[in-house]
Design a protein around this ligand. Structure first.
Ligand code: SF4
Length: 313
């Protein structure tokens, strides 16, 4: 391994897309600087913000919480709270929950934990089983998970009076999302993949993604160098989803042409700026939450569950 380009010590990390060799100390500093730069460039935070951080126990949200706490400490009027939503994925989520609890107690951060079951009466496992057995509509677990997670995080953040909801999406996630929207020809979604914090509706808590420019591999290296506890198991429902295929394609491209993921992210941002699709938002007549469709997707799922289940919710 070559010498660190900053201090001439033995390097610990090589960044192919920039050609940098960095020692552990300078690698850690570079990640923290990049996150702070992303926050500043996109004006993600205000000095008085109460920041809610969605944490799952995985490496991304673990690193996000750790770095945000370092940044937030500089602003005495701001505050931080960790939020975990337990989807109810048997044999998987328990470990993440344990590690998330360990992390927040080590960092001394308030931690709010709830679950799909507590909020909506069903775990994700139960929802998947009910739809599999009784409904003609066949969706992936991720479809239900995504809709319920978005809804629950927003509701919880709002109830906790959070100003910004920070999520651990990294560069790989963001580049995959850009390509997924292209693969699905979902132009509306591309136009509203909102970078700016324009609050679309009073009932939506603005979301920020401070890790969006950090590759997944660098987040893993940061967690390793900082010795942070994180859950590395893959969700059992992740098998066979489109995102995984796109991840493989992007990884191959990145290996051949370093910088590909950054370019895809930049393209997505430019497309979003050009399109600036302003969606009509109204209140769903059933749950009174903001929605783009007449009846929101969440209520459609709940109606289907009630029709197919003997349980009362
Ligand atoms: Fe939810 Fe799918 Fe992620 Fe599993 S892989 S946590 S089901 S979105």
């Amino acid at each position: 391994m070559k010498k660190c380009m900053k201090c001439n010590k033995q390097s610990a990390y090589y960044r192919p897309y920039s050609g940098e060799y960095l020692c552990k100390k300078h690698f850690i500093e570079s990640i923290e600087r990049k996150v702070a730069r992303t926050i500043a460039r996109h004006k993600m935070l205000q000095e008085t913000d109460k920041i809610g951080v969605g944490i799952s126990g995985g490496k991304d949200s673990t690193v996000l919480l750790y770095i945000l706490q370092k940044i937030e400490k500089r602003f005495p009027q701001s505050s931080l709270i960790a939020i975990t939503i337990d989807e109810g994925i048997s044999g998987y989520r328990e470990e993440g929950l344990k590690l998330a609890t360990q992390l927040t107690s080590e960092l001394g951060i308030e931690h709010f934990i709830t679950s799909f079951r507590e909020l909506y009466g069903y775990s994700l496992d139960e929802i998947v089983q009910i739809f599999k057995k009784k409904s003609k509509e066949q969706h992936t677990a991720c479809f239900f998970c995504g809709i319920l997670r978005r809804r629950s995080l927003n509701q919880v953040a709002r109830n906790l009076k959070v100003d910004k909801l920070a999520l651990g999406h990294n560069l790989d996630d963001e580049a995959q999302t850009v390509l997924m929207n292209i693969f699905r020809s979902d132009i509306i979604r591309m136009g509203r993949t909102n970078l700016n914090l324009r609050q679309v509706h009073d009932l939506f808590v603005p979301r920020i993604k401070p890790l969006r420019e950090i590759p997944e591999r660098e987040i893993a290296a940061y967690a390793f160098f900082r010795d942070l506890p994180f859950h590395s198991q893959t969700c059992p429902y992740a098998e066979g989803v489109l995102r995984n295929d796109i991840q493989r394609i992007l990884n191959e491209m990145e290996a051949k042409r370093p910088g590909t993921k950054h370019s895809v992210l930049r393209s997505g941002d430019k497309i979003q700026q050009l399109l600036q699709i302003k969606q009509e938002i109204h209140l769903c007549p059933i749950c009174h939450e903001p929605a783009t469709e007449k009846i929101c997707k969440f209520c459609k799922i709940m109606q289907n569950l009630q029709n197919h289940s003997t349980k009362n919710i």
